[in-house]
Design a protein around this ligand. Structure first.
Ligand code: DGJ
Length: 722
C-alpha cells in the first residue's frame, strides 16, 4: 500500500495490491481524475484523457483567449471534484450559496499531506483501523471563501478507498451548504450493468441488475432513514461480470439518513457517480469559521466480479467499521420473545418462556417490545421508558434468566413517541411536526426530535435509569416509521433531517461509552436502516421482519452483496412452511437466533432446534461470522439458492443449498468455491444425515403446499472439514 505524490507532474497515486487510483493537479490548480481500476504501478497516464470540445479555451483576466493546458476541457475532462456553475453539467459535488445568492464553485489545490493512520470524524461514524494511510488535500474556492478538505484513506491491501470531505467557511459572512456529497467519481466508460437493492417492509434488498443507459439513474431515500425501499449501496459492473469474473465498482455510504447515489451517463459516454446526503430538504447554514463534515463514502474496486466486491465490503465492515469490542467474539444463541407473544405477556408467561428457551439451548433471552409504560397495544407508551410494573416484574425475569445461565436483553425504540404517552402529554413539543397542522401517524407513532439536545438528553437519562437499575447485556434498538413532517422543530428546517441522525448517533455513542459491555442490535421494522452508519454502533441488525424461510432466502442473499453474514439478524421462527431444521439451515447463514413460543414446541421440534444450535456453536464464529462468503446460485435467477462460507484458514466450510420449488428425483450439482485446491475436504457425518432431513422437509413442505399453495423450501447445510 502506498500513497505517493510526484511533484514533477503534480500526480497523486493511491495504490495497493487491489487497485490504483490516480489524479493530478492541472495547470489551473483543478484536480483532474485519471484512473481507478486494476493496479497499474507507474504506467504513464498522460494521454488518458484526450478529447476535443469547444470548451478547450478560456478568456483570461488580461482579455486574451488562451488554451487550457493538460488536455483540460472545462466541460468534459474527468473531474475529481465536479464543479458547480461552470461548463461541467454532469452533476456537482457541492452547491454552496454565498452572498448575493452566487452558487458557482471551483475548488483549486492549495496543499496536501500524506500520513499514516486515519482520523475519526467528530460527529459521524467513520471507518478506522491499523494499517491505514491517508491523503488530505486542501482546496480553496476561486469564487468565494470556502475551503475544502478532501481525504482519501486506504487500509492495507483492501480493495476499498474511503473518501471524505469537510467544507470550512473562511469568509466573514454566513454561507449555506445546499449540497454536500461525499464523493464524485468519473469513469471514462458507460458499458456497465448497474445493480442496486430495493424493497419494502418484509422485502428488503431485492437485487436488481440492468444495463446502465444514457441519462441519470438515482437510488435515493428521502424517508429520513436509509430505508427499506432503497439501500445506500450500488454496483457498476462489466456487462458480462459474474460472481467471480469481471470488473466491478461498488459505492457505499457510512450514513443512516437521506441519501442520493446517482450514476449519470453523459454524451461522451462517461459515467459520473455521485454519492452523498440527499439535497432535498437540505440546507445547512455555516457561520464564519464553521465546518461542515460530510459522511464517509466508500469506493470498492474488484477485478474478481461481484463476489470480490462482497468479500471486500465484508472485511471492511468487520475490520474497519464496527466498533463494538464483542463483535468478533462468539455470540450467544439468542432467543427473542416477539413472534411468540408480541405485546401479550405477563411475568408468569415470560418466566415460562425463559425456562423453555433455556431448554432449547438459548444463551441470551431478549424481551422485545411491551415491557414499559402501559404498552399493551402499539398505540401507546413509546417515550415512557419505565417498567410496566403491573405487567412485568423485570427483576424477577432477569434473575430467572441468569439463574438459567442465560444473559438478558431488552428492546427500546428511543427515537419515537406515541401521542398516548406521559412524555407526549408533558412535552408535546418533543415530537416533530407542527402541532397546528395534521401530522401523519405511522404505527400510531410520531418521531421524536432528536435534533434537539434536550430531547436526546432526556432519552439518555431515561434509558440510563433502566440500564443502571437492571443487569442488561443486550439492547435491540428499533425504529418503526419513516420520518414524515419535519416542521415544528427549533432546528432550522433544512438542517432537521441531518441533525436528527446526528442526534441519534450521539445518543448511541454516549450510551455505548457508558455501557461498553452491552451488545447492541439495530432494527428498523426489520431492515429499514441497514447501512454502514448503523453498523458502526450495532454489530448486528435485524435483517427483516419477514421470517418466511423462502422470502428470507432472497432477503439474505440480496443483503449479502454489501453486508457480511455476521451482521444479518436471522432467526428460526414459528413460520409453518418448513421444519425447524430447514429454517435453521437458513438462519445459520446469518447471526442466528430463535423466535417463537418455546412452550409450544414438541419434543422432536426441540431436538431439531438443539441440533441446529450444535452446528451454530461448532462453526459459526470461525466460518460464518469471520469467514469468507461465496455465492453459488442466486434465487433472483432460478429455483436454487446456494451459498457457502469458508473459514479464513480454509479448513472448514458450511454450504447452504435450497430448492425453492420442490423437485423430486433429480441430481443437483453445486460447484463449491473458495476452498484450498491443495486440500482434501470431506463432508461431516451430520451432512450425510441432512440428506434424510432434506426428504423429511420435502414431505412436510409438499403437504403444506397442497394445503395452502405456498412455495416451499428444502434446504440442507453441508459441513465440510479439511
Ligand atoms: C419491529 C421489529 O422488527 C420486530 O422484530 C419487533 O421488535 C417489533 N418492531 C416490536 O414492536
Amino acid at each position: 500500500m502506498a500513497i505517493t505524490y510526484n511533484a514533477e507532474n503534480a500526480l497523486f497515486r493511491i495504490e495497493n495490491a487491489r487497485f490504483s487510483y490516480v489524479f493530478f493537479v492541472n495547470s489551473k490548480g483543478v484536480l483532474q481524475h485519471l484512473y481507478f481500476g486494476k493496479p497499474i504501478g507507474e504506467t504513464d497516464l498522460s494521454s488518458a484523457d484526450l478529447g476535443w470540445d469547444w470548451s478547450k479555451t478560456y478568456l483570461s483576466a488580461d482579455g486574451a483567449e488562451k488554451i487550457y493546458e493538460d488536455n483540460y476541457y472545462n466541460d468534459r475532462s474527468m473531474a475529481e471534484v465536479p464543479s458547480h456553475g461552470l461548463m461541467d453539467k454532469s452533476g456537482a459535488q457541492f452547491v454552496i450559496e454565498k452572498s448575493g445568492g452566487v452558487t458557482a464553485t471551483s475548488f483549486v489545490y492549495k496543499k496536501h499531506r500524506i500520513y499514516d493512520g486515519k482520523p475519526k470524524l467528530s460527529a459521524l461514524p467513520s471507518t478506522h483501523g491499523d494499517n491505514a494511510q491517508t491523503l488530505e488535500i486542501t482546496l480553496d474556492d476561486v469564487y468565494g471563501n470556502e475551503r475544502l478538505l478532501l481525504s482519501y484513506t486506504v487500509y492495507g491491501d483492501l480493495g476499498a478507498l474511503i473518501r471524505n470531505a469537510s467544507i470550512i467557511n473562511c469568509g466573514k459572512t454566513e454561507i449555506r451548504v445546499k449540497r454536500a456529497y461525499s464523493l464524485g467519481l468519473d469513469l471514462p466508460r458507460s458499458d456497465f450493468d448497474l445493480m442496486h437493492f430495493h424493497g419494502d417492509w418484509c422485502l428488503e434488498r431485492f437485487a436488481e441488475r440492468k444495463p446502465l443507459a444514457n441519462g441519470r439513474f438515482t437510488v435515493e431515500s428521502t424517508m429520513g432513514r436509509s430505508s427499506h425501499e432503497k439501500n445506500p449501496f450500488a454496483v457498476l459492473c462489466d456487462r458480462h461480470a459474474t460472481e467471480d469474473t469481471g470488473e466491478a465498482y461498488a459505492f457505499s455510504f457510512v450514513y443512516s439518513g437521506n441519501f442520493t447515489l446517482a450514476a449519470n451517463v453523459d454524451k461522451w459516454r462517461r459515467t459520473r457517480v455521485l454519492l452523498g446526503i440527499c439535497d432535498e430538504d437540505f440546507s445547512f447554514a455555516l457561520g464564519s469559521g464553521e465546518t461542515f463534515e460530510v459522511p464517509e463514502g466508500v469506493l470498492v474496486y474488484s477485478d474478481r466480479g461481484l463476489g470480490g466486491v462482497s468479500r471486500t465490503m465484508h472485511d471492511l465492515v468487520r475490520n474497519n467499521l464496527i466498533t463494538h469490542k464483542k463483535a468478533k467474539a462468539a455470540r450467544p444463541v439468542l432467543f427473542n420473545s416477539w413472534e411468540g407473544c408480541y405485546l401479550d405477556f405477563d411475568t408468569q408467561s415470560i418466566l415460562a418462556y425463559a425456562e423453555n428457551a433455556a431448554k432449547i439451548g438459548a444463551e441470551l433471552f431478549v424481551l422485545d417490545d411491551g415491557w414499559f409504560g402501559k404498552r399493551d397495544t402499539d398505540c401507546s407508551s413509546l417515550g415512557d421508558w419505565f417498567v410496566a410494573d403491573g405487567k412485568i416484574d423485570l427483576k424477577k425475569v432477569i434473575d430467572k434468566c441468569h439463574s438459567l445461565g442465560m444473559k438478558f436483553g431488552i428492546w427500546f425504540e428511543p427515537e419515537m413517541i406515541n401521542p398516548d404517552s406521559d412524555l407526549y402529554r408533558t412535552h408535546p413539543d418533543y415530537a416533530l411536526g407542527d402541532g397546528g397542522y395534521e401530522r401523519t401517524l405511522s404505527r400510531h407513532q410520531l418521531v421524536l426530535d432528536t435534533s434537539r439536545k434536550e430531547v436526546a438528553d432526556r432519552l439518555f437519562k431515561d434509558m440510563s435509569a433502566i440500564l443502571d437499575k437492571y443487569e442488561i447485556d443486550y439492547i435491540k434498538w428499533d425504529h418503526n416509521r419513516n420520518i414524515g413532517e419535519i416542521t415544528g422543530s427549533d432546528t432550522p428546517y433544512g438542517e432537521v433531517c441531518h441533525r436528527l441522525i446526528l442526534g441519534t448517533y450521539s445518543l448511541l455513542d454516549r450510551l455505548q461509552k457508558k455501557y461498553p459491555e452491552i451488545f447492541f442490535e439495530g432494527c428498523a421494522s426489520g431492515g429499514g436502516r441497514f447501512d454502514l452508519g448503523m453498523l458502526y454502533y450495532n454489530p448486528q441488525i435485524w435483517t427483516s421482519d419477514e421470517t418466511d424461510p423462502v422470502q428470507r432466502l432472497f432477503i439474505q442473499y440480496g443483503t449479502s452483496y454489501a453486508y457480511p453474514l455476521s451482521v444479518m439478524g436471522s432467526h428460526i421462527s414459528k413460520n409453518p412452511i418448513t421444519s425447524y431444521t430447514a429454517k435453521g439451515r437458513i438462519a445459520l447463514f446469518g447471526t442466528y437466533g430463535i423466535e417463537m413460543n418455546p412452550c409450544l414446541l414438541s419434543e422432536s421440534e426441540r431436538e431439531e432446534v438443539r441440533e441446529v444450535n450444535e452446528i451454530y456453536k461448532k462453526y459459526h464464529c470461525e466460518v460464518i461470522q469471520n469467514g469468507d462468503l461465496y455465492r453459488l446460485a442466486s434465487p433472483f435467477e432460478g429455483n436454487y439458492t446456494s451459498m457457502m462460507s469458508v473459514s479464513k484458514d480454509k479448513s472448514k466450510a458450511l454450504v447452504l443449498f435450497a430448492n425453492v420449488l420442490k423437485e423430486n428425483n433429480r441430481y443437483r450439482f453445486i460447484k463449491l468455491k473458495g476452498l484450498d485446491p491443495d486440500k482434501r475436504y470431506s463432508n461431516s457425518r451430520r451432512a450425510r444425515r441432512c440428506v434424510s432431513l432434506l426428504w423429511r422437509a420435502a414431505r412436510a413442505a409438499a403437504t403444506i403446499r397442497k394445503a395452502a399453495a405456498i412455495p416451499t423450501a428444502i434446504t440442507t447445510t453441508t459441513e465440510a472439514a479439511a
